[in-house]
Design a binder for this molecule. Structure first.
Ligand SMILES: [Cu+2]
Length: 122
């Protein structure tokens, strides 16, 4: 119990330190989810390794947004925007999925990604 609290505290401190890196370019994205999809221009989040991302998300239905590969998630309710702030520490293409709260567990990870995070080498 104590160890897990300590690990969480260290992880939080490291995540905070990386997010605060003064010289890292900041990139802000807005995802507006309507009927489980975002408009085409929002479907590709293109960044470079080391960029600090701020992704603001709103949804018209309750659910959860995942950035697979980065193991990030945020729960959303209609009218309550969510936000993910993180550093693009690994290059590659990562699916950003939307899991509607009403969807069954079996169908949750089978849906097409909402968007893609593309992190290119600097
Ligand atoms: Cu997922």
């Amino acid at each position: 119990m104590r160890i897990s609290v300590l690990i969480f505290a260290v992880f939080t401190a490291v995540a905070f330190a990386t997010a605060q890196a003064a010289d890292a370019p900041q990139k802000t994205f807005d995802l507006v989810i309507v009927h489980g999809a975002v408009p085409a221009p929002q479907r590709l989040l293109k960044v470079e390794k080391g960029d600090v991302l701020r992704v603001r998300i709103t949804s018209d239905a309750p659910g959860e947004l995942h950035v697979h590969g980065y193991r990030l998630s945020v729960k959303l309710l209609p009218g309550q925007p969510g936000e993910l702030a993180f550093t693009a520490y690994a290059t590659g293409r990562y699916p950003i999925e939307w899991h509607d709260a009403a969807a069954t567990t079996a169908s949750r990870h089978r849906s097409a990604p909402l968007a893609t995070l593309e992190v290119r080498p600097r």
